[in-house]
Design a protein around this ligand. Structure first.
Ligand code: FAD
Length: 314
C-alpha cells in the first residue's frame, strides 16, 4: 500500500478486495472463512460496504473489527451520508476511528429503499466531497492519527446517474481530490477502454491520485445483469450468451472475462486492481493466480519450512 499511495512505480500490480456484511449466521461463517483466504493473499486493503441495499450499519463495524483483529488485512470502511445529519455523520466517523479503523471510502450513498433523489432528505445530504473534509477534520482532532489513514472516493468511468455531463463528472472527481481524497475506486465496467479513456481525460483535468479499476468476476446471469445496471452499459454479448448456454451459473466464465480485462488494464497502466468479491474468495483468487499477482502464501510457506525442518536430510 505504501507504493500505491506514494505514487512511485510499483514493481508488481497491487490488488484489494471489497466484501459486504453477512445477513445471516450461516453467511457470517462462510464470510469468516472467505476473508481468511482473501487476507492470506496479501491485499493492500479489504473494504467493507456500508448500509448498501439496506444492510445493517452496525454489521459493517463488526466486520471491520473482525478484519482488524483476526486477519492481517488492512480494513477500509465505506461510509455514506445519505439521510444523515452532519452530527450523525461526525459520530459515525469517530466511532470507526475509535474502533482502530483509519481508512475510509467517502460516499454520498444511494437513496434508501422507497425514496428517490428528489426527496428532501436525500437531496439535502452532505456530499461525498464534504464527507472527505469531515473525515480530515475528525483526524485532525486526533493528532496521533495525522500520519495514518487515507480517504478514498468513488469514480464512474461511464458516468453516474446524477451526472449531467462528462465534463462536470470529471471536475467533481478533481474536486474530491482537492478536498483530500488520496485515491479513487471505480464503479464496475466491462471494457478496458472505458476505464483507460476516463483516466486519461481525468489526468488532463488535473487528477493526480491513483484510480483503482473495480472488477467483479460474475458467476451467474443475475450478477451479470446487476453489474450491467451499475456499469450503465450493456454486458458484452459473448459473456451473456456463454452464461445463458451454461444454464445461468458458470463462475469460470466470469473469471476468464475478468482476467482478460485485468490484463488490458494493467498493460494500460492501472496501478492496482480492486476486486468485488461478492463475499467469495475462489473466483477472485483464481483471477489473481492467473495474473501471477499472488505472492506465495506465507502460512503455507511456513508450514512447508516446518515440514522440511522435521524431515532429516537424505
Ligand atoms: P458523488 O461522487 O458525490 O456523486 C456522484 C456523481 O454525481 C458525481 O460523479 C457527479 O457526476 C454528480 N454530482 C454529485 N454532486 C455533484 C456536484 N455538487 N457537482 C457536480 N456533480 C455532482 N453505496 C452505499 O450505499 N454503500 C456502499 O458501501 C457503497 N460502496 C460503493 C463503492 C464504490 C467503489 C462505488 C463506485 C459506489 C458505491 N456505492 C455505495 C454507491 C454510491 O454511494 C452511489 O453511487 C451514490 O449514488 C453516489 O455516491 P458517490 O459518493 O459516488 O457520489
Amino acid at each position: 500500500s505504501a507504493l500505491l499511495l506514494t505514487g512511485s512505480a510499483p514493481t508488481r500490480t497491487r490488488f484489494s478486495f471489497e466484501v459486504f456484511p453477512a445477513r445471516s449466521g450461516a453467511a457470517a461463517l462462510a464470510l469468516g472463512h472467505a476473508v481468511q483466504h482473501l487476507s492470506a493473499a496479501g491485499p493492500d486493503f479489504i473494504s467493507v460496504t456500508y448500509g448498501a441495499n439496506g444492510s445493517n450499519r452496525d454489521a459493517s463495524l463488526d466486520l471491520l473489527r473482525y478484519l482488524r483483529d483476526r486477519t492481517s488485512a488492512l480494513p477500509l470502511a465505506h461510509l455514506t451520508t445519505v439521510g444523515e445529519t452532519r452530527e450523525a455523520v461526525r459520530r459515525a466517523i469517530h466511532g470507526i476511528l475509535d474502533a482502530g479503523i483509519h481508512d475510509f471510502l467517502a460516499l454520498r450513498g444511494d437513496p434508501p429503499r422507497g425514496s428517490g433523489e428528489a426527496d428532501a432528505a436525500v437531496a439535502g445530504s452532505l456530499s461525498s466531497r464534504e464527507l472527505v473534509e469531515l473525515v480530515a477534520e475528525a483526524r485532525a482532532d486526533r493528532p496521533a492519527l495525522t500520519s495514518v489513514g487515507r480517504t478514498a472516493v468513488a469514480a464512474y468511468p461511464n458516468g453516474h446517474p446524477l451526472s449531467r455531463s462528462r465534463s462536470e463528472d470529471l471536475d467533481w472527481l478533481v474536486a474530491k481530490q482537492e478536498a483530500g481524497a488520496r485515491f479513487a475506486i471505480t464503479q464496475l465496467f466491462f471494457r478496458a477502454e472505458e476505464y483507460l479513456g476516463f483516466v486519461a481525460e481525468a489526468r488532463e483535468r488535473g487528477l493526480r491520485i491513483p484510480v483503482l479499476p473495480g472488477l467483479m468476476p460474475v458467476s451467474t446471469s443475475a450478477q451479470l445483469r446487476k453489474v450491467a445496471s451499475l456499469a450503465g452499459r450493456p454486458a458484452p454479448e459473448g459473456l451473456v450468451r456463454a452464461l445463458d448456454a451454461a444454464g445461468g451459473y458458470a463462475p469460470e466464465l466470469g473469471v476468464e472475462h475478468t482476467i482478460g480485462l485485468a490484463r488490458e488494464l494493467i498493460a494500460g497502466g492501472a496501478p492496482s486492481i480492486h476486486l468485488y468479491t461478492f463475499n467469495r474468495h475462489e473466483q477472485v483468487l483464481a483471477v489473481l493466480r492467473e495474473l501471477h499477482l499472488l505472492a506465495p502464501d506465507p502460512v503455507l510457506r511456513a508450514s512447508f519450512a516446518a515440514d522440511r525442518a522435521r524431515t532429516p536430510p537424505g
